[in-house]
Design a binder for this molecule. Structure first.
Ligand SMILES: Cc1cc2nc3c(=O)[nH]c(=O)nc-3n(C[C@H](O)[C@H](O)[C@H](O)COP(=O)(O)O)c2cc1C
Length: 329
């Protein structure tokens, strides 16, 4: 049994949390991670109506009696608006979900302090995914229960401060009193052991979960992640102020070329569209749309079930921590 602030807060076996993944973090994968002893993720942006979102929460609850997180991403988006954010928050409070992983603008600024008060009253634990000490300090000040410290290695939208996980975790851990979870660059037990040693109470990973049996993506993508190495991701979107990290593919090279010659948002939007990404995951065509993944893909060598993955990570972490402890005499 791991005993950290995160396992204690939620009563879970392993301090291993699945991060948000648009189009992928749906009830099946979410429940599989929670049933394996970690914390699954239901990404709210997959659902555009209140009915669909509420139904997804209830469907997940039918598949697991264990806790899981809901992600609410508050970043610029054509499809998901401020009205969606408020609806997601209200439904999470009404459904009394276990916890929320917020990303992007903090809840107090995007939806008002009253949204935080409503969620706290409903017993929902609040975490914000940040890439800097200043954002972590702000989240603590407005009442969040924990911090996801996301370094530049992560897939998704790492903050353009570009600070690595190795530096960010201890810097945030020494700057706030609430629990910190390491995000980015972790996909095995060595990463979990390292995060605990750096002062974190757990880890979050996402790319690793794409290459699991339960993730609903085309088999081609899973095999591609097994083949690819840690140096095969790129940062893009700096020119439009929304940095992303994705798998190095023809389409991402095209996007980078457009950015380099000063092409604007109008030219980029068709290539970045969410619907295109959704189709690429489904069809297994890695060159059709940018696929967000982190440098952690270098650690992906097989396609286990979530349970196999988490049990193995826990055993590896224990082994590495015991070895490190011996090394200290
Ligand atoms: C396919 C994919 C989609 C993602 N979508 C989102 C998202 O919608 N919102 C969000 O906050 N983070 C998103 N992320 C970021 C993850 O939640 C997490 O912070 C990050 O991937 C961790 O790094 P790792 O992939 O190396 O484990 C996504 C990541 C991946 C791999």
């Amino acid at each position: 049994m791991f005993k950290t602030a995160i396992t204690e807060m939620f009563g879970i076996k392993y301090p291993i949390i699945c991060g948000a993944m648009m189009w992928l973090c749906k009830p099946n994968l979410c429940a599989a991670v929670s049933n394996a002893g970690g914390m699954g993720n239901l990404t709210a942006g997959n659902y555009e109506t209140e009915e669909e979102f509420r139904a997804a929460i209830r469907e997940t609850r039918k598949l697991t009696d264990k806790p899981f997180m809901v992600n609410i991403t508050m970043l610029p988006s054509v499809r998901i608006t401020a009205a969606h954010h408020k609806m997601y928050i209200r439904v999470c409070a009404e459904e009394k979900v276990d916890g929320i992983e917020f990303s992007g603008t903090p809840a107090d600024k995007a939806a008002g302090m009253e949204s935080i008060e409503m969620l706290k009253k409903a017993g929902v634990k609040l975490f914000h995914k940040v890439g800097s000490v200043r954002h972590a300090v702000h989240a603590e000040k407005v009442g969040y229960d924990g911090i996801y410290a996301a370094g530049i290695e992560e897939g998704g939208h790492p903050l353009n401060d570009d600070v690595t996980t190795m530096v960010l975790t201890p810097r945030i851990a020494e700057s706030v009193k609430i629990p910190v979870v390491t995000v980015g660059g972790v996909a095995d037990g060595r990463g979990l052991a390292a995060a605990l040693a750096l002062g974190a109470s757990g880890i979050m990973m996402a790319s690793r979960f794409v290459a699991t049996k339960e993730c609903e993506v085309h088999e081609n993508i899973k095999q591609e992640l097994v083949r690819r190495q840690e140096f095969e991701t790129v940062l893009y979107g700096k020119s439009i102020n929304l940095q992303g990290r994705g798998l190095k593919t023809k389409v991402l090279e095209e996007i980078l070329a457009i950015e380099e010659r000063g092409g604007g948002l109008q030219e980029l939007i068709p290539l970045l569209s969410g619907q295109r990404v959704r189709e690429a995951w489904k069809k297994g065509d890695v060159d059709y749309a940018p696929l967000m993944v982190g440098q952690s893909i270098g650690f992906i060598h097989d396609i286990p079930t979530c349970r196999e993955l988490l049990d193995r990570m826990a055993a590896e972490a224990r082994e590495h921590l015991a070895r490190s402890s011996q090394a200290c005499g």
